[in-house]
Structures are given as C-alpha cells and as structure tokens.
Design a protein around this ligand. Structure first.
Ligand code: CA
Length: 219
C-alpha cells in the first residue's frame, strides 16, 4: 500500500518511513508542500506535517481535498485544539501529535483506511499456508481448527506473517508487538516464540536467525 509522507524533519521522516515499511506500507517521502502537490501518483493515504518550509500544511490538505478524496492524516507539532479542529475541518481524516510512535500512526492509518474503504470491513481472513489468520477477529485456524493463542502470541504471529520469509530483528519485533518505546531484555520474546512453535507444530517454522532475530517460514 503506497503512502505519501510530506515532512521536512528528516529524522522523523526517516524513522517513520522505516517504521511504516515494516508494516507493509511503501512510503514516498517529500520535504515540501510544493513537491507534495506536484506528485501525480496515486496514494492510498497521505501524511502531512503542518509546519512545512514552503507553505502551511493545512493548505496542502485543502488542495489535496479539492482534488480528490485521498485519506489525509495531519502530523502536527502544535497540540492546541484549534489546529486539531481546523485540521479536521479542512478535510483531514485524523491527526497525530508529535512526538508519536510508529504503532500509533499505523493504528490511525488503519482506522482511517477502514473508514474510507468499507469493503475491507468484510475482507476475509488471510490464508498463510495451512494457517488462516483473521486479523479483524483475531483468530487463527490451523488446518481448519482454531488455535488458542494469547493476545501477544496472536500479535507476534500476525506480525511475522505479514511478510513470511523476511527476517525481523528482535528489536523490530519488540517494538512492533510489545511497545514502541520498548527497551531492555528480550527474554519474553523467546518465551512467546517457544509457545508459538509448540502450538503451530509443523504448520509454520519460527526460525531463529542467529545474531539477528526471527523469520516465519510457512509449510
Ligand atoms: Ca515540520
């Protein structure tokens, strides 16, 4: 899913681009309002910083809204209510206030995308080899039988299954599944991986990539 990010703060933009790519979003990043408006490509969603060097982010929102109905999420360093209300009145679908974590942004993006694309409401659960993962219903079936998972076990499996075969570092997994501000030991991850291995049997291998992290290999 392609997303346009309009943000002049490079560290924020880089970490957001990296973070969103882990959740399967392909990010096109521009630093100015002019570049954003000059982009002729189609995006599933646009993230717009309000404080841009060349123009007010609200004007970018207005112009984007005048052109079409692409979902817009405002990124603001100004947390006062006026900006929030104005941001939404000009047609933005939601806002996040700096500082924010990637998970918060992804949660808001998904909520906005669900609202504007009602067809995803009825999107069926996805098949991952012998596994069937229903992310909305938070249920997993293995060969047709429901697997009893705790919320964290489900989150861990759903995260790794978003890109089977890809290696995720311990840090990426901890940040995505446990807490974006996570810091510390990762023993809890090993415990959860062990339990998932037992519950999934030979339907999926949670492979340890030594010195790096884990990957899910479907069988
Ligand atoms: Ca800015």
């Amino acid at each position: 899913m392609r997303v346009l990010l309009v943000e002049d703060d490079e560290p924020i933009a880089e970490s957001l681009t990296r973070g969103l790519s882990r959740y399967g979003f392909e990010v096109r990043w521009v630093l100015t309002g002019a570049d954003a408006l000059a982009t002729a490509e189609d995006f599933a969603l646009v993230l717009v910083d309000l404080g841009l060097p060349d123009m007010d982010g609200l004007d970018v929102c207005r112009e984007l809204r005048a052109r079409g109905d692409v979902p817009i999420i405002v990124i603001s360093a100004r947390s006062d209510e006026v900006d929030r209300v104005v941001g939404l009145e000009i047609g933005a679908d939601d806002y996040v206030t700096k500082p924010f974590g990637v998970r918060e942004v992804v949660a808001r993006m998904r909520a906005v995308l669900r609202r504007v694309q009602p067809k995803t409401e009825t999107e069926p659960a996805q098949e991952h080899g012998r596994l069937r993962i229903d992310r909305r219903g938070r249920r997993v079936h293995l060969d047709g039988a429901e697997v009893d998972l705790t919320p964290k076990e489900f989150d861990l499996l759903a995260f790794l299954a978003e890109e089977p075969g890809a290696v995720f570092t311990r840090e990426q997994i901890m940040e995505a599944v446990w807490d974006e501000n996570w810091f510390g030991p990762t023993k809890t991850l090993d415990v959860h991986v062990g339990v998932l291995r037992r519950k999934l049997g030979d339907a999926a291998a949670l492979e340890t990539v030594r010195g790096v992290g884990f990957r899910l290999v479907l069988t």
